[in-house]
Each structure stands twice: as C-alpha cells, then as structure tokens.
Design a protein. Structure first.
Length: 132
C-alpha cells in the first residue's frame, strides 16, 4: 500500500504490506485516487467489482465516520477508469469529529472478497475558516 501525500493518491498492491497514517484537517475534502493492481503491479479491471470503504473510530469500531460504496442508486465511490483499476474516494469532512480512525477498502467479485491493509486516518483541528 502506497500513499503519496503530495498528490493524495493511494496505490494498492495486494502483495505489499505497509502501515501508515493519513493526517487530514476537519473541513478539508478527502479526495483519494486509488489504483488497484495485482501482486505484480499489473492492471486489474475492476468494472465488475463492488468496492466498499469505511472509516471507524479507532477506540470504538461501532462509530462510523463514513461508509462508502461503488454500487447502488447513488454510488459514493467513483470507478472513473475501471478498466485500468482506477477509482476515487471523496469525503466532505465538514463537521467531522477530531479523532483517529481506522480505514480499509474491500473489493468484492462474486463471492470473493479481498481487503486492503488497514490504515489510520487522523482528523485534526483546522485553524483557518472561510467567513460566510
């Protein structure tokens, strides 16, 4: 699992294990471009995959920050280039509680389910505000 802070891209290679934390300010929009690859870094067509992503409070897994999916009437995960394994996760953090969360992504194809490595999302206080 790679995370590029500058470009906010997540790259999942099923053969690589890495733990990391993403720091994010309350009120800023989370926008992660994700590329799903096979064990050798090859392209995976995710057209027929269902994708789910959840963030849960680290100290109380019953508390959800977000629950996103690529299926349904109004999908919240955008498979913008599915043939090449690319999708986007966008979350508005306005009003989100300042806390540490754990996050992972699940990929489902038929009855097969694979999960990304779990990583931490640290939502911390924002100082500058836009006046209304």
């Amino acid at each position: 699992v790679f995370y590029n802070h500058k470009w906010q891209n997540l790259y999942w290679n099923k053969g690589l294990i890495m733990e990391f934390t993403i720091d994010h300010k309350v009120g800023d929009t989370i926008s992660w471009d994700v590329n799903y690859t096979d064990d050798l870094g090859g392209v995976v067509d995710i057209t027929n995959y269902e994708i789910k992503c959840q963030a849960r409070l680290k100290d109380n897994k019953e508390v959800l920050l977000f629950d996103l999916t690529s299926v349904g009437v109004a999908p919240t995960i955008d498979k913008y280039d599915a043939v090449n394994g690319n999708f986007r996760i966008v979350v508005d953090t306005t009003g989100s509680p300042v806390a540490r969360y754990v996050v992972d992504i699940q990929y489902k194809l038929g009855s097969l389910i694979k999960s990304s490595e779990t990583f931490e999302l640290n939502i911390y206080e924002d100082v500058t505000r836009w006046s209304l």
